[in-house]
Write a protein that binds this ligand. Structure first.
Ligand SMILES: Nc1ncnc2c1ncn2[C@@H]1O[C@H](COP(=O)(O)OP(=O)(O)OP(=O)(O)O)[C@@H](O)[C@H]1O
Ligand SMILES: [Zn+2]
Length: 603
């Protein structure tokens, strides 16, 4: 295709970019430099200091301002004659409806979460606008092309399950059995510190959760002797007595989890036959009494009202990249406990670990290090521990730039209707077949995709009078119950379709119900969409916007009552959605590696 035609296609194009973060900044710059003239950008966020290392359109002075607006201004400085329209808004806002999407020739995603990606996917399907989707994680990245009727949609294939750590094996010992498979991707990066990862997970998911989270949760931090005897297992060790001060309480917890529990575990000789035996650690052996007491006095010297509570600064440690000694870790541990119970008491019982919570990170780092010490595993800095605890894979600006370039290349093909040459491209960390950028032909749509397939797939049981159909859209948290009732006669004037919809109620403001998952925020009114194409039937559809937890839904799915029939696509949807509960999913299908994938390609 001639370069004039290409230029023309670029100039005429009206492009929507969603997300002005790591990928988005690079993308806007590349679009502008490639000659695009009319770009709209939606981003709901404001600029944070942590964005500045890779979102090069932003500067320190922009912190707190709208990403979309600042990105526009930054690009207009070097390309003043193009039209850039920023929206400081959530792409899920109702204003961004099908009609809004219809005005664009192509939509480009630079998002960081599944929820928004799925939403844009559905709008693009409804508006019949091609979507170019992207994601990066560290050195890995991908760009995929989704065109209704030509390729799969973003939701045609299940996404990989977020990685979880097998807590059951963590309670007793930081072994690495079973771990490698679960953490295949992380393994490359954290090879040398795998055992420490176990300590972090123990500190975060067991100890932190036990002390500061929901007290009722099942969380066994009592290591039993494993000989079947119901050894003298203290039942309320984690409860702070009313006359117990924070200092005493901290020491009790320390000695229990690092000393007593290890002693109990050691009693089970079987466990240690092929493993290195850990050392119980009691506080008196690590910190002389004088030092423990001194601990609490330091606070007023180091803490001011403006700074976040910090146990490390309170005990005089300043560099998060230093590896602290066992004694220092013990001091941080006690101080963090003391600060939590003394200064953040109201939150106790409701806390979940948050990598941006300084005190929580300090607590988890110190606890993991003390445990690591006990098991002869090397200790790590707070910086490393935070990365592991927060599952942080550091963003790489170059990957974002490469991916942005690939998005523009695919966008230009789409704009020229050069669909044959569209490719999904994977940016790899290590060369495969001597390539770092792996192009793959787009896959064709999954016929039973509940989002893009045109018709409902076969139902697992016949629908007849008395059947109750439950259709759920987890994305929009909607549920629709349809009671099918057979009727022989219809009023030809009033019921020409030979079916009636009765008694539906919409309880939520923006309720919509969708028959085959082709849902968007601008979906047609619920009743019309809930129509069953079943002749001579009376349909009672009740639309309820009741929110249900995914766990409840999966239970319901497992124990499906006879009267509840789920279309197969929805049953799949349940499973997938449950797997995808965790939002962050920047890399979508790298598990379906190009050469190993069984998906059918387009020819
Ligand atoms: N629903 C949404 N509507 C509009 N913009 C969104 C939506 N969801 C995510 N975004 C935007 O997508 C961008 C994704 O960028 P990126 O992955 O670089 O994340 P970040 O928030 O900038 O950085 P980090 O998460 O690493 O701190 C963000 O700017 C975010 O505001
Ligand atoms: Zn699909």
């Amino acid at each position: 295709m001639g370069s004039d035609l290409k230029e023309e296609a670029i100039k005429r194009a009206k492009v929507l970019m969603v997300g002005a973060g790591g990928i988005g900044c690079e993308l806007l710059k590349t679009l502008a430099l490639s000659g695009f003239q009319d770009v709209h950008i939606i981003d709901m966020d404001t600029i944070e200091v942590s964005n500045l290392n890779r979102q090069f359109l932003f500067r320190q002075s922009h912190v707190g301002q709208s990403k979309a607006k600042v990105a526009r201004d930054a690009v207009l400085k070097f390309m003043p004659h193009i039209n850039i329209t920023p929206y400081h808004a959530n792409v899920k806002d109702p204003g961004f409806n099908v009609d809004f999407f219809k005005q664009f020739n192509v939509v480009l995603n630079g998002l960081d979460n599944l929820d928004a990606r799925r939403h844009v996917n559905r709008l693009c399907l409804a508006a019949e606008v091609p979507l170019i989707e992207s994601g990066t994680t560290g050195f890995l990245g991908q760009v995929t092309v989704h065109i209704k009727g030509r390729t799969e949609c973003y939701e045609c294939q299940p996404k990989p399950t977020p990685k979880t750590y097998p807590v059951c094996t963590i309670t007793s010992t930081p072994s690495k059995v079973d771990f490698v498979r679960e953490l295949r991707e992380l393994f490359e990066r954290f090879k040398k510190i795998l055992k420490f990862v176990h300590c972090i997970v123990w500190a975060k998911d067991l100890l932190f959760a036990k002390l500061f989270g929901d007290k009722k949760q099942e969380n066994d931090l009592f290591v039993s002797a494993g000989d079947g005897s119901d050894s003298e297992k203290p039942t309320n060790i984690f409860e702070r007595g009313s006359d117990e001060d924070h200092e005493q309480y901290g020491r009790k917890i320390y000695d229990h989890v690092f000393g007593y529990n290890i002693e109990v575990a050691l009693a089970n000789e079987e466990t240690w036959k092929s493993r290195r035996r850990p050392n119980p650690i009691f506080l008196k052996d690590v910190l002389p009494e004088r030092l423990i007491l001194q601990n609490g006095n330091l606070e007023k010297n180091f803490l001011t009202e403006d700074l976040p509570l910090s146990a490390m600064s309170s005990v005089g440690l300043s560099n998060p990249q230093d590896v602290w000694s066992l004694a220092d870790n013990s001091r941080v541990f006690l101080e963090a406990l003391r600060l939590f119970f003394g200064r953040r008491e109201k939150e106790i019982g409701n806390l979940t670990f948050d990598k941006d919570d300084q005190l929580a990170v300090e607590f988890v780092t110190s606890a993991a290090n003390i445990r690591a010490s006990s098991f002869g595993i090397s200790l790590h800095s707070l910086f490393d521990a935070k990365g592991i605890a927060g599952n942080i894979v550091h963003a790489v600006a170059t990957t974002n730039a490469i991916i942005a370039g690939l998005i523009v290349i695919e966008a230009i093909k789409v704009l020229q209707a050069d669909f044959q040459n569209c490719r999904m491209t994977y940016c790899l960390e290590h060369p495969a077949r001597k390539m770092l950028l792996m192009p793959v032909e787009p896959f064709e749509a999954n016929k039973s995709c509940y989002v893009c397939s045109e018709v409902l797939v076969e139902l697992p049981a016949p629908v007849s009078s008395g059947t109750m159909l439950t259709v759920e859209d987890l994305q929009q948290e909607l549920s629709c119950h349809i009671n099918i009732k057979h009727r022989e006669e219809f009023d030809e004037d009033k019921e020409p379709d030979k079916m009636v919809l009765l008694g539906w109620t919409a309880r939520e403001k923006e309720s919509q119900v969708v028959s085959n998952g082709n849902s968007t925020s601008a979906a047609v009114p619920a009743a019309a969409e809930a129509t069953m194409k079943s002749e001579e039937a009376e349909v009672n559809a009740e639309i309820s916007g009741t929110k249900r937890k995914l766990s409840e839904i999966s239970e319901a799915t497992e124990n499906q009552e006879a009267s509840q029939i789920l279309p197969r696509a929805d049953a799949d949807n349940f499973k997938n959605s449950q797997e995808l509960e965790d939002d962050d999913d920047d890399l979508v299908v790298l598990d379906n590696y190009p050469e190993t994938s069984k998906k059918q390609r387009l020819h």
